[in-house]
Design a protein around this ligand. Sequence first.
Ligand code: ATR
Length: 272
Amino acid sequence: PDRYAVIGNPIAHSKSPAIHAAFAEQTGQDIHYGRLLGALDDFAGDARRFFGEGGRGLNVTVPFKEQAWELADARSPRAELAGAVNTLIRIGDSGIRGDNTDGVGLIRDLTANHGFDFRDTSVLLLGAGGASRGVLLPLLESGLGRLLIANRTAAKAQQLAELGATLGPVEGRGLDQLAGERFDLIINATSAGLSDAVPPIPDDCLATGGWTYDMLYGDAPTAFCRWGAEHGAKRALDGLGMLVEQAAESFFLWRGVRPETTNVIKGLRQTR
Ligand code: ATR
């Protein structure tokens, strides 16, 4: 079988091998998808060895996505803007192409899986680190009416907004500059949830009927999902669907076949 893997550090808890095994079984693709613990001081060496030994593609996760961007010989526009690569694809005999499927995964989970309509919406993106930058281009191409990036450190939000300024209606601010604003969708891309915290945002910044989306997921509802539920969100979603959808897009890039995701997401929810 053709060989694929996810590389990260740590990697033991990655759900990607289970997700891709399910995709392969469902589509009848003969692949093997493993997990690789990348050396913190030699990601490039580990990735090149994998491809040198005949590997066809890698998913890349924390903390190597920026290094994977460097490693790629060519990149998709969405990866280019993201400054990060989560999918490496062998092209021909020697070349490695880099793509980033995180943003498409987010959009597809919201729209295809849950029926969110981005047209003319006002969207708040919380955080201005790698997770936010990774989804910027697909968000700006979603049809939304306005994207406000808000970050604890305002300057970083402004810098990120600058990157997208020619591509869509985006603006950057501090978290403390949201008074009086209302959003149809609030996406949490901060790492605050890792310590079960939520970014400090006004209690009334979610519009009536608005949705919340946490890029994090966990066994129990995340802190930001709880914030959404407590503030009247019509839907308060976590990032498990995004995880499966970004995997599906990677699988499609590698194999040219689009797997069905609904049952895979359902299966992951049941087994956790
Ligand atoms: P990632 O790759 O996950 O985005 P990162 O690049 O370290 O990680 O970015 C973390 C993001 O979460 C940043 O936007 C950070 O805000 P600062 O730029 O001001 O540091 C944000 N963040 C982390 N903890 C936070 C908290 N407790 N409240 C609000 N924002 C937080």
